[in-house]
Write a protein that binds this ligand. Structure first.
Ligand SMILES: Cc1cc2nc3c(=O)[nH]c(=O)nc-3n(C[C@H](O)[C@H](O)[C@H](O)COP(=O)(O)OP(=O)(O)OC[C@H]3O[C@@H](n4cnc5c(N)ncnc54)[C@H](O)[C@@H]3O)c2cc1C
Length: 484
């Protein structure tokens, strides 16, 4: 099957970057087709630590520009999607052998002042012994800093970007990987696994950790970018956080490990840095699991055992190859690799946090004369009314409370779950009737919404990525909803 009109842009890869580029370009009135081999956001972009952050530790490597750029994006995303993202408080305990307190204080001061901050409070010193959260930690840990970053449901973020792109006219082809691409008479002819074919003037390769192989093998380009592939693993354990505060743990090897509250009943611990060759084979190793447990147990009053692990996942960072630098120092910034003599660009690197800016910069560069528009735009479901709250999240919590009152005949925990997944679109779901509850915990209308509007096909799409129902057997409100 061939689409009739010539497209302005064909995008390979439906992770956060490809989806954001499709959305940005479609919103500028361009004709866009995106091919994604698997589920939308099903690869790296749903295996992240889910932080919307400047990256405090990148300041150590002098990446002030990247950190500032990411901090600006942090505030913008917290406003664009207050249903799936919120301010995340962190406690950073001072540990023997770790960075000295004055250095951390200086870093946090810079972090707080690099960009305008509307959505998150600033940093301060705390005594863990006087903090509820500190109860989870060994009693000898006392001094710490509290600071804020952002959290986002990464899998839902990508789906919402792809949806917004589709609603603005993009053709989003999930489960339809590009299997053939060739340039003829100045046009890219790309075929998907389904047999669907498009012709496009420009091609963007946004296949993340597959980008080098895609450029070389599928596109047949002689100048593929060089990538360094580094796996990062996470474990999900019984909940060890006593509050909604996360811990940032300095490691003897100079790395940091995050110990985050996750959904209502779990903690998320990550991550690692293990060089890999094949992004398709990402899987946590026993050594990574042991490393993460040891990092947590070095500070926890009640240690975690392997049996406390409920779930494990791994993703592959596609880092820009920088000769002579280790994985920790390698930049998390992105590069646009414009291939010589052909209308094709490969996106290299990047972070979840910076998807919007990456897409805006790329589409502006490829289509001069078109206008950026995403800076203040909300994502689907994120158009929460201003109810007088100080922040977008405060408005969301007020709105969610009102929704529970409006649908008082429903279990408030269920209304909260729907509000925190679908934002304002929960109203239509509730008003239209949810139908029967399926054995998976999804309601009929919800499953239909996921299939029709969120590209979901399989149980895994629905229960692990669109929702986290696979993780939590009973549906109680996620912990974060009880905090203003
Ligand atoms: C462990 C880990 C933790 C991280 N934590 C954070 C964090 O907390 N905060 C943050 O900001 N960033 C974080 N990152 C970085 C962030 O997750 C990545 O930069 C981002 O997800 C990369 O997105 P992408 O779209 O480039 O790649 P992907 O999400 O991998 O998307 C590429 C897509 O291309 C598809 N594809 C491949 N070949 C083809 C083909 N031939 N045709 C069509 N499609 C194809 C794949 O199926 C895939 O879905 C983390 C990364 C890792 C690995």
């Amino acid at each position: 099957m061939e689409s009739q009109a010539i497209r302005d842009l064909v995008i390979l890869g439906g992770g956060v970057n490809g989806a954001a580029i499709a959305r940005d370009a479609a919103g500028r009135g361009l004709a866009v087709t995106l091919f994604e081999a698997g589920d939308i956001g099903g690869a790296t972009s749903s295996a992240s630590t889910k932080l919307v952050h400047g990256g405090l530790r990148y300041l150590e490597f002098g990446e002030v520009g990247l950190v500032r750029k990411a901090l600006v994006e942090r505030d913008l995303l917290l406003r664009a999607a207050p249903h799936i993202s919120w301010p995340q408080p962190f406690l950073l305990p001072l540990l023997p052998g770790g960075r000295p307190g004055w250095m951390i204080a200086a870093g946090l001061f810079l972090y707080d002042h690099l960009a305008r901050r509307r959505e998150v409070p600033g940093a301060c010193r705390v005594d863990l012994r006087a903090e509820l959260a500190g109860g989870a930690l060994k009693p000898e840990l006392g001094r710490a800093f509290r600071f804020f970053d952002g959290w986002v449901d990464d899998a839902r973020l990508v789906v919402l970007l792809a949806r917004d792109a589709r609603e603005r006219g993009a053709d989003i082809r999930a489960h339809d990987g590009a299997v053939r691409a060739r340039l003829a008479d100045g046009l890219w002819q790309v075929s998907g696994a389904s047999g669907h074919r498009v012709a496009a003037r420009l091609l963007v390769n946004a296949t993340g950790p597959w980008a080098e192989a895609t450029a070389r093998d599928l596109l047949g380009l002689p100048d593929p970018p060089r990538l360094r592939l580094v796996q990062g693993a996470h474990i999900v354990t019984r909940r060890v956080n006593r509050t909604d505060e996360a811990f940032l743990l300095q490691q003897a090897d100079g790395r940091i490990v995050f110990l985050l509250p996750y959904e209502r009943d779990w903690s998320l611990i990550g991550t690692t840095e293990t060089p890999v060759a094949d992004p398709g084979a990402a899987a946590i190793t026993p050594a990574e699991e042991a490393y993460l447990l040891a990092a947590a147990n070095a500070v926890l009053a009640r240690p975690l055992a392997p049996a406390d692990i409920r779930h494990r996942f791994a993703g592959v960072r596609p880092l820009v190859l920088e000769e002579g630098k280790g994985d920790r120092e390698t930049t998390r910034d992105w590069r646009f690799h414009h291939h010589a003599g052909v209308p094709a660009t490969t996106v290299v690197g990047g972070k979840l946090t910076t998807f919007r800016r990456l897409a805006e910069d790329l589409v502006s560069a490829l289509f001069p004369g078109t206008q950026p528009w995403t800076r203040q735009a909300r994502l689907p479901g994120g158009d929460i009314p201003d109810l007088g709250g100080r922040t977008a999240r405060a408005n969301f919590l007020l709105w969610s409370r009102a929704l529970k009152a409006r649908f008082a005949d429903h279990d408030p925990a269920l209304v909260e779950r729907l509000a925190s997944l679908y934002g304002t679109e929960a109203e239509a779901l509730l008003a239209g009737g949810l139908g029967a509850r399926l054995p998976s915990g999804l309601f009929e209308a919800e499953a239909a919404h996921l299939r029709a509007r969120e590209f979901a096909r399989t149980e895994e799409d629905m229960l692990w990525r669109r929702t986290k129902l696979a993780l939590t057997p009973e549906r109680r409100p996620p912990h974060h909803l009880v905090h203003a």
